[in-house]
Each structure stands twice: as structure tokens, then as C-alpha cells.
Design a protein around this ligand. Sequence first.
Ligand SMILES: NC(=O)CC[C@H](N)C(=O)O
Length: 179
Amino acid sequence: MAVPTIGVLALQGGVAEHAEMLADLGAQVRLIRRAENVAGCDAFVLPGGESGPIDKLAGIFGVCEPLVASISAGAPVLGTCAGLILLARWGLIDAEVERNAFGPQVNSLHTRVDWEGTAIDVAFIRGPKVTSVGPAATVCSRYEGAIVGVRQGNRLACSFHPELTGDSTLHRLLIEAAA
Ligand SMILES: NC(=O)CC[C@H](N)C(=O)O
């Protein structure tokens, strides 16, 4: 099997941990900072950070349009935290989200959640909550009753940060989908 190239949106936020985890799993990592970086990627990661600035910079640097086009054409994607917010805002995940739904930075926490039957180790940092999902999306994970993980085919989105705890379950799913 050819080594998949995974593009990590690298305009703001927690880029390095995703890149390191993907490289450890054997993927070729490409940082996405400009429109021309998008072509040729087999899958994408939209990292956590601040969804407002990432969204704005993605527009300014012309990244948003080719990225949305590539994901719409079938490229798998993993969006974590701010990445989940962007997937919903860009119409790529059929879900409504509420930002900062687990409180401020001081309420950050490290816990285990279930993802489609697998226990995963994750961190929440000012994460969003999914308040409703449309018919195209399915719920993959909950924390204290709140929806914190959804998928729409090969589009995976979560409220938390698996890359900060070293849990590679979702990154493996992404790489498998890209193969
Ligand atoms: N850790 C994160 O990605 C936080 C997301 C941030 N609170 C936002 O609304 O974009």
C-alpha cells in the first residue's frame, strides 16, 4: 500500500502533535498553509485552536475553497475541537455546535470516552458540544450525555484532543480511510 499523504491545516492551533502522531503511524505529513498545498493530499486534519482565526486565515490565504472542494469530493478528514466547529460551519458535517460548551480553560480535563465501542483517552480544552445532528451524520461519542464525536462517512469530528494524550485511535481510522 502506498504511504498516504495527510495534510494538516497549519494556520493556527495545535498542529505539531497531529503531525508527529501521523508521522509515527507512517503517514507522509504535509502542512497546509496555502492553496497550492491542498492538491495531492489523500486526507486532512483540521486541528484544534481558535476556529474564528483559523476560518479567517483559511479565507485570506485561499485555503478554504480547495480544502472544502477536496473533502466534498471524498477526501477523508479528522477535525478536532476547533476543527469540528469548522467542519460544521463549512457544511461538511451535518451538525449544530455550541462553542466553549465545557467551560473556560481552567475546566480543561483529561478523561476516557467511548468512540464507536472503543475506549479512547482524550483531553478537553474549551471544547464545543454538538447540540444536534442531521440525518447525514451519526453520533460516535458522548461525554456526560453530550455529543462529542460524530462522523459523516469518512469525515470524523470530535470535541476533544486525542493528539495531546497520545491516543492514536482516530488517526488510525483516518489513515485507513485514506488508503
Ligand atoms: N481547543 C480548541 O480547539 C478550542 C476551540 C475554541 N474554543 C473555538 O471556539 O474555536
